[in-house]
Design a protein around this ligand. Structure first.
Ligand SMILES: Nc1ncnc2c1ncn2[C@@H]1O[C@H](COP(=O)(O)OP(=O)(O)OP(=O)(O)O)[C@@H](O)[C@H]1O
Length: 365
């Protein structure tokens, strides 16, 4: 591959051998946006981050971040962690307890030479909404607030790459919900690539444009999140959490009954939206497979707002008694989970025309 193409990518060719476990991956990731490393416990997600950070040495290994060589055994290049210009945020925020929030963030800033600073203190504080917390000590912060401060401190070092290892895992559901919008803002507001380790599919679908699926130290698949989520040959498209992400634009918002009409590549969707939405605004939606049912004729009198003509692409066994069906709604792939009995009663088969009845749609952002 040409050096030019490699200069806008994150490349991590890593081999690590522990007793009973070998990590062997060749990652080619976009040089911007959020990439999630996803997979079951023990599949090697944290080991990848640690090898990219230089906390452990992959042998052999090659790590390139947007043209910077962090490790290249063939060229005998090895940069120590502190020379890599990376930010690392863990499950539990490790803040300096004797310093105020301001002191913690200023510490990150001081570690960065002025010429290399790409993130101003004010910008990190603003993006993470921690202005009101600046004079507090870490002991006086909630778990979610601590994580926001840890993130701001990492950002203040203007990293070339931000590594996040399950940053939401130690938080309860309300705190998680509180922090997620900040992570989304970071993704949009800063040009720092992020590698994000998670085993929560809903988080990944929400935050990551790109996805690496790991299994037992190997890459099972890597690619655009939307595409991987709907591949029936991958575990992501099975089980309760299976879902489709749809990108669209708001066409109009009906203030009377709080319904937004969204145009997407396969047609239009209606969704309840208490907040007014500006026409033309981009919107990302998540449709869970369990919220999509199928019919051979369009129900005329139904409480379901979204009934779309679709074509069955493929079927696969899901859990016992359940089938996962991949559908095309125009160029948009959708998943529907139906019982095996229904699949047989409707004689579902690839190529068949059906109507997808969508019972629930969540707005991602
Ligand atoms: N320093 C080490 N020495 C020996 N084995 C290790 C070491 N670090 C990790 N391992 C093993 O490597 C495997 C992968 O661990 P890793 O922490 O990368 O997985 P993970 O996908 O991040 O898991 P989790 O989601 O549970 O955090 C595990 O079997 C683990 O026990």
């Amino acid at each position: 591959m040409a050096a030019g193409a490699e200069s806008a990518q994150i490349i991590a060719q890593l081999r690590l051998a522990y007793p009973g476990f070998t990590l062997d991956v060749d990652l080619r990731l976009p040089g911007r946006g959020v990439t999630a490393l996803f997979g079951p416990s023990g599949c090697g997600k944290t080991s990848c981050l640690r090898a990219i950070a230089g906390l452990v040495r992959a042998q052999p290994g090659r790590v390139l971040v947007n043209g910077d060589i962090w490790q290249d055994d063939a060229l005998r290049i090895w940069r120590a962690t502190h020379q890599r210009g990376l930010g690392y945020v863990f499950q539990e925020a490790s803040l300096f307890e004797h310093l105020s929030v301001r002191g913690n963030i200023a510490y990150g800033l001081r570690r960065t030479a002025p010429a290399r600073r790409r993130v101003a203190l004010e910008q990190a504080v603003e993006l993470l909404g921690i202005g009101p917390l600046m004079e507090r000590r870490p002991q006086a912060l909630s778990g979610g607030e601590r994580q926001r401060v840890a993130l701001a401190r990492a950002l203040a070092t203007s990293p070339r790459l931000l590594l996040m290892d399950e940053p939401l895992a130690a938080l309860d559901a309300p705190r998680k919900a509180e922090l997620l919008p900040y992570l989304e803002r970071l993704q949009r507001g800063l040009d720092i690539p992020v590698l994000y380790v998670s085993h929560a599919l809903d988080e990944v679908a929400r935050l990551a444009g790109h996805l690496v699926l790991l299994q037992a130290g190997r890459v099972l698949a890597q690619g655009r999140t939307e595409e991987l989520l709907v591949r029936l040959d991958l575990p992501l498209a099975h089980g309760d959490a299976a879902a489709t992400v749809i990108e669209g634009r708001v066409l109009r918002h009906d203030a009377q009954d709080h319904i937004a009409t969204v145009a997407f590549a396969g047609g239009q969707l209606l969704l309840v939206s208490p907040a007014a939405r500006a026409a033309g605004a981009p919107i990302r939606l998540r449709v869970q497979a369990r919220d999509v049912s199928l019919a051979l004729a369009a129900a005329r009198e139904s409480s379901i707002l979204n009934i779309l003509p679709a074509t069955v692409v493929a079927l696969a066994q899901d859990s016992p008694g359940q089938h996962m069906v991949a559908l095309d709604v125009g160029p948009t792939r959708l998943l529907a989970r139906v019982t095996q009995r229904s699949a047989q009663a409707l004689a579902l088969a690839p190529g068949q025309s059906v109507f997808a009845q969508i019972k629930g749609i969540a707005v991602i952002d």
